[in-house]
Every structure is written in C-alpha cells, then in structure tokens.
Write a protein that binds this ligand. Structure first.
Ligand code: SF4
Length: 342
C-alpha cells in the first residue's frame, strides 16, 4: 500500500484514513497539533500517542519534508531559503522583515509556465506544481526550524498560484484552519498574473483571504509583450473578472505594478493605471524593478518612482511603494530563480 503524506490531507480526510485502519478519528487532531502547532514531524517524538499506534501510523503514513540546501541573509534582514524537493526540483522561499511585520513569500510551483519578461522564475521553464505538503512545509520550516514568528503570508514566490489552484486553495484552507495553522485569513494574500478561472473559484472559496493582481502593464499591447498570460486571458476579460470578484460582498483588490524604466512608466501608463484602479476601486502597490542578470530591463530611479507615485495620488488613487527587499541575495520581487547559483 502506498503511504500517504499527512500534510497533503485535510483534517476530515485524515480522520477517514484513520478509520480505515481502525483507529479513532480523534487521533487526527492530536497529530495535527504536533505537526502544525509544535512543528514536530517525527512520529516517535509524539509522546502522547501509544507506541503501538505510532508504529502502525508509520506503516500507512509519512510526514513529507523539503530539504533546505542553502540559506542567505540580506543586509536588510531579508532571508532566502533554497529547498530541494523529493524529486530534486528546487524552489525558493523568502522571509521579508519590515519593522514588526514579518512576511513569508511562498512558492507554489517549481518554475513557471507563464515566463513573464521581467521575472526569473520562468526563465528555466516549468517543472511541476507543488503539493499541499510542499507549500505548507515552507511555512513550517520558517516557523519551527528558523523560529520566525511570521505576521503575513503572501503567495508571490515562484510560480503562478492559480495555475496550481487545487493545491494552493487546499493549502490556504489548512493555513486558515484553527485545527491546523490557525492563521487569520486577512494575513494571507494570493497573487495572480490574471488566471480568470482561478479568480472565479477563489471568490467561491468564501474566505476573507486577500487577492492581488499582478498587473504590470495597464494597456493590452504592452501587457501582451510583458506577460504571456495576457494572450490567454485578455486585459479586458481580466478586468471584468475582477469587477465580478469585488461585486456584492465588499471584497477589495490590490494591483501590483512593477515599474520598468522607460517601458511602463510614461504619463500615459500612469493615466491608464489610474483608470483601472478607479474602475476596480483597487489599491496600487508600486514595485521598483530589481535587476535580473540576463534581462535588459532597467530599474527606475528613486525620484522617478516618487513622481510616479505622486501622479497616482493626485488622481485620487490609494498607492504605496513596496520597497524591494533582499536585492543583494536575489530575493526581491521577480528575482527568484530556484537555482543553486541564485
Ligand atoms: S511573475 Fe509570476 S506568473 Fe510571471 S513568470 Fe514570474 S512567477 Fe510566473
């Protein structure tokens, strides 16, 4: 019989699996507590479980792990961990510290099939989706091995979260579940480059998790050039899906806009971006581009970012500049490549 990774199972599923091996379902909650509340991933260390039960557990289940290969710390406090998955694929996870805020930036895929022009994650192609267990393991490693008390969790690492919708939404539920990680929904943000079916299903999920749209270009022609996803889901369709997302239940959206010098920072770009933000009643996060070796884009000057921001403010847009952290260790937005040399 194939052993099951407990971290891929929701509590109810795990209870049913235990019943199949004639064990009481309340044991599932005890084991969840060891894994998700104490960070214990070894059956032998779960000392409130009878030894005979622990042996039986190990015959049917295992607790999946990802292996940290390399840890880098930036001069600004940002940390990046390169993990090896069980099949040898590599992913990266980042911890961004800003005052009291400690944000875990999680990966959802090894590689990315969308290969946006300004992003390192898709440069080596797409390898595979991460399992629920592999997504949750990134958090558990930061929380229990590195002892970081995280305040926020963003799905903005390697991969397009909604291209791995099932596992990402299951992971989000586990993060939010009081019986598992118990993280408040408002502290979790999922970011998509514009996968419309994902946006639609995400609304139905019914959790108060934040949604961010990686817009990066405010007109279709430019978005086609920068983001291949635009060829599949056009900007206008995306905006309609966003309108539908915010309708009825007071949900809000954030637009992420990476500023690329002389590419998407003209007055016309600002006007178009303001129009979209107004239409979606969305907040705008401006992210200055950070250099990626091999790409020809240039980072905007600080003063140009200030002008960009104040132009949006003048148009009544709620805007903040998201400082690029961890540039010196290639951990800033768009820089995660998932290679041993990064
Ligand atoms: S920005 Fe997101 S969707 Fe685009 S290549 Fe990078 S990880 Fe993939």
């Amino acid at each position: 019989m194939d052993k099951k990774d407990i971290k891929n199972l929701a509590l109810e599923e795990f209870k049913q699996e235990l019943e199949k091996i004639s064990e009481p379902s309340y044991r599932a909650e005890q084991i969840f507590s060891w894994i998700y509340k104490k960070g214990i991933e070894d059956f032998d260390a779960m000392d409130n479980l009878p030894k005979s039960f622990r042996n039986k557990l190990a015959q049917s289940f295992y607790i999946g792990a990802i292996k940290p290969l390399k840890r880098l710390k930036s001069i600004d406090g940002t940390e990046k961990v390169l993990f090896e998955l069980s099949d040898g694929n590599l992913i990266e996870t980042v911890l961004i510290c800003s005052g009291k805020r400690k944000t875990a930036c999680l990966s959802t895929q090894a590689g990315c099939k969308y290969a946006c022009a300004f992003c390192a994650s898709g440069m080596n192609g797409f390898k595979r989706n991460l399992s629920v267990s592999e997504i949750l393991s990134q958090i558990l490693y930061l929380a229990y091995s590195l002892k970081h008390g995280m305040t926020n969790f963003v799905f903005m690492g390697m991969g397009e979260p909604f291209d791995n919708y099932e596992n990402v939404s299951r992971a989000v539920r586990m993060m939010n579940s009081p019986k598992a990680m118990g993280i408040a929904a408002r502290r979790i943000t999922v970011s998509t480059s514009g996968i419309i079916p994902g946006i639609e299903k995400f609304k139905e999920l019914g959790l108060q998790v934040n949604l961010s749209i990686s817009l990066h270009a405010a007109n279709s022609g430019l978005r086609d050039k920068l983001m291949s996803v635009n060829k599949k889901y056009s900007l206008e369709e995306l905006l309609k899906a966003c309108e539908n997302y915010i309708s009825n239940d007071g949900r809000m959206l954030t637009l992420e806009y990476m500023v690329l010098k002389d590419i998407n920072d003209s007055q016309k770009d600002i006007d178009d971006l303001a129009k979209i933000a107004r239409r979606l009643k969305a907040k705008v996060n401006i992210i200055p581009y950070s250099n990626i070796p091999g790409l020809e884009f240039k980072s905007p000057l600080k003063k140009d970012i200030e002008i960009f921001k104040s132009n949006l403010l003048k148009k009544g847009i709620n805007v903040i500049v998201r400082e690029s952290k961890g540039k010196d260790i290639m951990a800033a937005c768009g820089q995660l490549a998932g290679t041993l040399t990064s």
